[in-house]
Each structure stands twice: as C-alpha cells, then as structure tokens.
Design a protein around this ligand. Structure first.
Ligand SMILES: Cc1ncc(COP(=O)(O)O)c(C=O)c1O
Length: 356
C-alpha cells in the first residue's frame, strides 16, 4: 500500500508522473530507447523538453518576453548565479529563513546587501511594510519557507527587478509572472523529482548583467542561447517535469491547485487550532499552505516522538519537523491528497483522545 507521504522534498508526486516516467525508463514513446539512453540532441528528446517548456508557459501563464530554463545545480546554484550576474552594487534580501539566509550569504560575496529579516522571532513571520530604495539592483524573496512554514501568498509590487525563489510553492497558485524579473527553484516539490532546477527569466534582464568575468556555465546567457542544452541536461527529470505539468493541466490547472492547497491547509490548521495538544509555530497570517509546522504544547512535549511512531503505524510518514524547529512538519504539496490529510488529522485526533 502506498504510504501517506508528507516529506518536505523530495516528496509525493502524482501517479501520472511516476507511472509514465517508469514507462519512459523502459522505452521512450516507441523510439526503441530508454529516456536514460536517448541522446539529448535527438528529436525524441527535443520534443520532450520543448513540450515541458511550452506546458510550463501555458500552465503558469508566462507572458511573452520570458525564457524558461531547466538546469542542474539546484536552487542553491541560483543563489550564487543571481548575484554573480546581476549584483553590481546593492540588493535587498528578505531573509525569512534558512534558504534565504543561504541566498544572501552568496550575494554578500558580490556587493552590499540590505537585509530585512524576521530572525528576531526565529523566522516565524514575514516582514511587511519595509522600504525599498530605488537604487537597488534587485530585491530577492523566498515565497515559501520550507523549513519554518511561512509563505508570501501575494505577488509583491516593487519598483526594481524582483527575484523569487519559488522552490516550494511553484504551481500551487496562479502567479502574476509579469511582476518578477526571475522565478526559480529546485523542482523537487511541486514540479518533479530532485535533480532539475527551473528558471523563468525575463529576456531583457540580460541587459543588466554586470561587467565582470563570469564562468561560462554560470552565465544565464549561455543557457538561454542554447535552450538549456549548453551541456547535457537532466533528461529523465525533465521528462518527469513534463508529466507533472500535464497532470496539473488535467487536474484543472493552477486554480484547481490553489483550491486544493487551501483545503489541505485549512483541514490541518483547523485540527491544530482545535487541539489541546498541538500548537502552530508561526504567525497565523503568514502560515504556509505547503509546509504546516506545529509542535506539542509544553505539557505534552515528551510525547512528540511517540506521535511520530503512532503516525508511522498508520502509514503516515515524513511528519518529523526540521531539526531547527522541532515538532512536526506536514508538507502538503500538490500531489498530497485530501485522503492523506484526512488520515493525518484522524491520527492527531485519535492520539490526543488517548494521550491528553
Ligand atoms: C525554498 C527553498 N529554496 C532552496 C532550496 C534548496 O534547493 P536545492 O536543494 O535544489 O539546492 C530548498 C530545498 O529544500 C528550498 O526549500
């Protein structure tokens, strides 16, 4: 029996993604070769990557004037590529947790960083109403904080180029892409398996590339000029991304994903808020719909490990919180079903009934 998977990434994927990728590993669409064997320069693979790019543009409603790239290196490579290419003098980083901290560390290698942070309260909220000077090269945000469990659900209006790490909430809601100069992330939550990075970049951003020597592989222009194929791309992963995008489309697109995300999150936060035993860890108005973080009340703290084991006995896995937060984190990405969430809510209620 398939488990109720609440892993933070890699995480649960759609059945379509897994089944069709398995079939392509045996044979890619009657071409007599596995997706692992086919040349990335062949027409068979070109069709796969072209369709993945087109589907991403369609599903996310990406306007004209943007390029879509599928690269290696993870979101972490983008933390370095962004300032390497675009930080001439000064950028603002909204520091809302571990991943944005990592991103801004890289930026400090190249210029001045204005840091607006929620570290004063252990990243349990999203800073708001801060000043954005006009002379910045860019603003960088992390829309969903996978570890701390906060999320920015509205597309921000800023008067300088806006760069967003959307690793853990891409495809969970409609996004006004025109408000961003770049959106990027590791695919391993809502897009597909680990090993491929998506980048949506505004074409005319290339005019702002800083005049400094940049290694070929770290230049966006290299990858844009070669349609993500300057070097060998992660072919299997790109196939799986295409299948995931087809699944999102079949399910009703981002409006449907948005409704489901809200429903899953409401179910879990209601269970937490109506419990004597469990308590949420972040400001209610900034709660993530993708990573629901909670702990046990002080008086029950010694029962946390017991609850993880209890949940596991019901085939519920991946709910142990990140070591920097403790407690629990249920990651409810797109492929997480209402039945998965019902199983977790029932486990929380049953555990509380016998232990509180
Ligand atoms: C929001 C966010 N940004 C960046 C990363 C790092 O991604 P990668 O492992 O692809 O470098 C993660 C990983 O979980 C993440 O959740």
């Amino acid at each position: 029996m398939k488990k109720h998977i609440f892993n933070a990434g890699p995480c649960k994927l759609s059945d379509r993604t897994i089944q069709n990728t398995s079939k392509a590993v045996i044979e890619l669409e009657n071409c007599g070769q596995s997706i692992m064997e086919v040349s990335h320069r062949s027409k068979d693979f070109q069709k796969v990557i072209d369709e993945a790019v087109e589907l991403f543009k369609e599903v996310l409603n990406i306007p004209e004037g943007y390029s879509v790239l599928f690269l290696g290196g993870g979101a972490s490579m983008q933390f370095c590529m962004i300032p390497y290419n675009f930080l001439k003098s000064k950028a603002l980083y909204l520091n809302t947790g571990t991943w944005s901290t990592n991103a801004l560390k890289e930026a400090k290698l190249w210029g001045e960083v204005i840091e607006v942070s929620s570290e004063d309260k252990n990243f349990t909220y999203i800073p708001k109403g801060f000043d954005i000077p006009n002379d910045l090269d860019y603003v960088h945000i992390t829309t969903n904080n996978t570890i701390k469990g906060t999320e920015i659900l509205e597309d921000m209006d800023v008067n300088v180029p806006l760069f967003a790490d959307m690793s853990s909430d891409i495809l969970s809601r409609p996004v006004d892409v025109s408000k961003y100069a770049m959106i990027y992330g590791g695919a391993q939550k809502n897009m597909g398996p680990a090993g491929v990075t998506f980048v949506i970049i505004k074409d005319n951003l290339l005019e702002k590339v800083v005049d400094r020597p940049i290694p070929t592989m770290l230049k966006y222009k290299t990858h844009m000029d070669k349609g993500s194929m300057f070097n060998t791309p992660p072919c299997v992963n790109i196939f799986a991304v295409r299948e995931t995008l087809l699944w999102v489309k079949e399910m009703g697109g981002l409006e449907a994903m948005d409704k489901l995300a809200q429903k899953r999150a409401d179910m879990l936060y209601n269970a937490i808020d109506n419990s004597k035993m469990f308590v949420g860890t972040v400001a209610k108005e900034d709660r993530s719909r993708m990573n629901i973080c909670f702990v046990m009340n002080e008086q029950y703290k010694d029962k946390e490990a017991e609850f993880v084991a209890f949940a596991a006995s019901r085939n519920i896995i991946g709910i142990k919180g990140h070591r920097s937060v403790g407690g629990f984190r249920a990651s409810t990405y797109n492929a997480c079903t209402i039945e998965d969430v019902e199983a977790l809510v029932k486990a929380m209620k049953d555990f509380e009934a016998t232990n509180a």
